[in-house]
Ligand binder design. Structure first.
Ligand SMILES: [Zn+2]
Length: 117
């Protein structure tokens, strides 16, 4: 195989970012009429802003309670279309992490509320 690349985290990140673009989201596009239902259970051992698949319950996810509280509840309902061109990047004043405000009501890392100008 000529395509024998070694594991490259940056490359992987790029791929993930590309996969996050609306046009490339197979999960959300398979059936537009079908409601995407995601069950997320609180787990304090999960890092902020992360959603991990629940190994014991397929289709379910685990996330820190703060992450669940901070995420917008409508992001899983609207389908892929709403992600397009709506990116609102914001650097948190509390922890200087970059957030996309279309996903977060407040900062999932330090719980600071974004200040809209
Ligand atoms: Zn923050």
């Amino acid at each position: 195989m000529s395509n024998d690349k070694k594991f490259d985290p940056e490359n992987l990140y790029e791929k993930l970012m590309k996969a996050s673009n609306a046009a490339e989201l197979p999960h959300f596009r398979s059936s537009p009429s079908e409601e995407t239902k995601v069950d997320i259970r609180p787990d304090k051992s999960i890092a902020p802003a992360k959603f991990l698949p629940d190994s014991s319950r397929p289709g379910h996810f685990l996330a820190h309670p703060v992450t669940i509280a901070a995420m917008r509840k409508d992001i899983f309902v609207g389908g892929a279309e709403m992600f397009e061109d709506l990116e609102v990047l914001y650097t948190c004043e509390g922890c200087k992490k970059e957030l996309d405000l279309q996903f977060w009501i407040f900062c999932p890392y330090c719980e600071a509320k974004p200040r809209y100008k």
